[in-house]
Design a protein. Structure first.
Length: 346
């Protein structure tokens, strides 16, 4: 194949890969981690499948004049060498783009995740350009463009449907390639190759434990959890305030006012857990506030939300309960980080 054709494949492929940044992604239910050995193994399966399909097509095309060959059995005419070169270019180009849609999913077949319109548009344009080049490449073009290798468009001979057959061939092998990919992932997970299942369990442990992390990691986790807790308390306060405005129950109104006061304490807790030296100052009192004291005030906030939940009308309780559960879970993780950091200072 001429170097020019390889460059065309590379340029069109790179243009399509840019759109991958805007592709649709299904969020994982567990913490993610790169399994480079597993990715290498699956990539090898995809590459070998594409290679075998290209070699099979090349063999069949070179054998097209054989009366007992595959092309003759399918009722296809023999091919000249210049069109065989163009056919292989089209096949490699189409397989390259179709492999992208197969490689983007690892939990199932390619249709389990719908690509973004930008990725789909980019791939369609690239495959359309490749097909147009393969069909209309002029036979008399300067030889230095093609390294002296004769090339001719697939639609410039007596038989006009070569490009259609290449498309059908590539789509069939695309399904075979995707089936091999799914099978490879099944084997890897079934027999825990490269420790992929074990690594997932470690990620799940690291999601909620902090004892085996260094102090910087615990500090970073504390800052993230503190920001999350601040947002969740704000959502809970907004929910309770909305219910309080629609109700005349003084208990709900007092709970709403108490939650508003504690918003500042949540920010103090976040700053206290993230500070490397000294203690954060409470903006309301001006006094130094420790992370433990701030966490204690958060627990009081949870109690206030619980009282608001008890006094709320039945129609509003489910929404407040959802906010309460979220605040509880984050506060527990933040308290665990605080315990580890206080133990580390001893």
């Amino acid at each position: 194949m001429p170097v020019l054709f390889l460059m065309l494949i590379t340029v069109l492929n790179d243009g399509t890969l840019i759109t991958v940044a805007y592709d649709n992604v299904n969020p994982s239910k567990v913490p993610e981690k790169w399994h480079l050995k597993a990715l290498w193994a699956v990539s090898t399966v995809l590459s070998i499948t594409a290679l075998l399909s290209s070699l099979l097509l090349l063999w069949a095309a070179l054998d097209s004049w054989n009366p007992h060959g595959l092309f003759h059995k399918l009722g296809l005419p023999g091919m000249q060498f210049d069109q065989i070169v163009t056919m292989i270019y089209l096949k490699v180009s189409l397989s390259d783009f179709l492999t992208l849609f197969s490689a983007r999913t690892h939990n199932g077949f390619f249709w389990t995740s719908v690509p973004s319109w930008m990725l789909l548009t980019g791939a369609t344009i690239s495959m359309g350009i490749s097909t147009l080049i393969a069909c209309m490449w002029p036979p008399g073009v300067a030889t230095f463009w093609t390294d002296g290798i004769p090339c001719r468009g697939l639609a410039l001979g007596e038989y006009k449907l070569w490009a259609l057959w290449v498309w059908i061939y590539c789509i069939v092998w695309w399904w075979i390639q995707d089936l091999c990919k799914v099978g490879a992932y099944w084997v890897i997970r079934r027999y825990n190759l490269f420790g992929v299942n074990t690594a997932t369990l470690v990620n799940m442990r690291d999601k909620t434990t902090f004892g085996d992390k260094d102090s910087l990691a615990r500090m970073s986790a504390g800052m993230v959890e503190g920001k999350l807790l601040e947002k969740q308390v704000e959502r809970a306060a907004d929910t309770v305030a909305r219910v309080a405005r629609a109700s005349n129950d003084p208990a709900i109104r007092r709970a709403s006012q108490g939650i508003d006061v504690v918003r500042t304490s949540v920010r103090v807790a976040r700053d206290s857990l993230g500070a490397t030296t000294g203690a954060a100052k409470d903006p309301e009192t001006g006094a130094a506030t420790s992370a433990a004291a701030s966490l204690g005030r958060m627990q009081a906030t949870v109690a206030q939300i619980e009282r608001a939940l008890e006094a709320a009308p039945p129609a509003e309780r489910e929404l407040i309960q959802i906010q309460l559960d979220a605040v509880r879970a984050t506060a527990e993780r933040l308290a665990a980080i605080d315990r580890q950091m206080r133990a580390e200072r001893r």
